[in-house]
Write a protein that binds this ligand. Structure first.
Ligand code: ARG
Length: 460
């Protein structure tokens, strides 16, 4: 029974675990990173056991000293992790018994690895959510600073990837601000459902000891209790929900990075990333590739994949705990790590982005981008919008046939299309006039964008 000696469940087994099965079932190679939360949860549980009359306070103190020693050993890289002891929980418990003797064997009273792992995962994820929340806040600041620098910088706005109307670069940045702020709000919302305590649910049915669940929950900073023991140990919807929030964020980020990549191309030339954010080609000496936004775009696939993995893992699982749940770790770890890395990359890259104002302005002046302004000018002279649209369509066709911009059209030509045009029309055809005119809430005018930036500072 040699290979069962380190197992917490060895008692009823007479044959050794097959060496492949041991490798196949272990999780310590990846769940070891839960150790600070496993220790924290065990300390709170030990306090609960004092209340339940299972441990004396001296015994609890000795256990706490043992757990602190284990933390020190792990942090000094002196702890021996063993796959024979399956997971982070059993490894720590085994070492505790080595350190404090028989007393260590009392710690698992009224607890199962099922409620223990659910607790660890929730504590860990709550910690990571708070860290990601800070990163998102940092990114929101970065966006605002960038938007503020370029409130007057004109660029073309697109629909269908065709030049549509002139906008300001600051306004464009503020679109990303809104998305990221919603992402952070979703993150904060899902935190509430992560921050619930499963401890005391034990294996599936609750504990026969009077574990003070509320007290333990408060000690661990949980906002509420998982109120059904079967649900507490078996559902991983908190992980699914986080990863869904992470996926939405990742997908938003891909849109942003896609634009930056396109903008960096020679054909667009809207922005330049410094050398420190680009890499070269091993064959084409001239290349400067925007690998950072490309990688961020590519990494979204992992996060969405993690979401699909977690959803599929949960699908059809009967109550209560099943070992399938051990497979929640790698996807959720990956989703957290990947999102966090991408947010950091953006926080560092955005301030380095150098917009080419001249190039963007030139492009904004192309594509008859002020045609709507021309129609609006007619509307102000009591022409119904549909009719104005028709008239301007003709003007555009004429300008196109002459290969000139709208503001280059001689007045006589405009008058040929409609007799109501006069000299004052030209002021509405400039890109500056066009953006300045869009001064409603959420519009692109520099004054509107400045107002939004100011308000946004208090929305962060
Ligand atoms: N390593 C396991 C997991 O991650 C811990 C729970 C094990 N429970 C059990 N009944 N085998 O889910």
């Amino acid at each position: 029974m040699a290979s069962n000696s380190g197992k917490t469940w060895g008692g009823r087994f007479s044959a050794e675990t097959d060496s492949f099965v041991e490798k196949f079932t272990q999780s310590v190679s990846f769940d070891y990173r839960l150790y600070p939360f496993d220790i924290q949860g065990s300390m709170a549980h030990a306090n609960g056991l004092v209340e339940a009359g299972v441990l004396t306070s001296d015994e609890r103190d000795a256990i706490v000293v043992g757990l602190e020693k284990i933390r020190t050993e792990i942090e000094a890289d002196e702890f021996i992790w063993s796959t024979e002891r399956e997971d982070v929980h059993s490894n720590i418990e085994f070492r505790l018994v080595e350190l404090v003797g028989e007393l260590g064997k009392k710690l698992h009273t009224g607890r199962s690895r099922n409620d223990q792992v659910a607790t660890d995962m929730r504590l860990w994820l709550r910690h990571e959510v708070d860290r990601i929340d800070e990163q998102m806040t940092c990114l929101l600041q970065v966006i605002l600073d960038c938007a503020e620098k370029y409130t007057d910088t004109i660029m073309p706005g697109f629909t269908h990837m065709q030049i549509a109307q002139p906008i300001t670069f600051g306004h464009h940045m503020m679109a990303w601000f809104e998305m990221m702020l919603r992402d952070r709000s979703r993150l904060r919302d899902c935190r509430k459902r992560i921050n619930m305590s499963p401890l005391g649910a034990a294996a599936l049915a609750g504990s026969s000891f009077s574990i003070p669940r509320e007290q333990i929950a408060i000690e661990l900073g949980f906002e509420s209790l998982c109120r059904n023991s079967l649900d507490a140990v078996s559902d991983r919807d908190f992980a699914v929900e986080f990863t869904s929030v992470a996926s939405t964020t990742a997908i938003h980020i891909t849109r942003w990075c896609e634009e930056i990549i396109v903008w960096c191309s020679d054909i667009f030339g809207f922005v330049r990333l410094p050398d420190s954010f680009c890499t070269g080609s091993s064959i084409m000496p001239q290349k400067r590739n925007p690998d950072v936004p490309e990688l961020i775009r590519g990494k979204s696939g992992r996060i969405v994949g993690d979401l699909v993995a977690l959803l599929t893992l949960t699908k059809s699982q009967p109550l209560a705990y099943n070992r399938d749940n051990q497979e929640d770790k790698e996807p959720i770890f990956d989703a957290v790590d990947t999102l966090s890395e991408c947010l950091q990359a953006l926080c560092e890259m955005i301030p380095e982005m150098q917009p080419n104002s001249q190039r963007m302005r030139e492009c904004a002046e192309q594509g008859y981008s002020t045609a709507t302004d021309l129609a609006d000018w007619l509307v102000r002279r009591s022409v119904p919008f549909r009719e104005a649209h028709e008239i301007v369509g003709e003007v555009v066709a004429l300008a196109e046939s002459k290969n000139i911009r709208l503001d280059e059209m001689p007045l006589e030509q405009l008058l040929q299309v409609d007799s109501r045009f006069d000299e004052s029309v030209f002021s509405s055809l400039s890109v500056v006039g066009s953006v300045n005119a869009r001064d409603t809430v959420g519009g692109t005018s520099p004054t509107s964008v400045k107002r939004e930036i100011e308000q946004a500072r208090s929305r962060i």
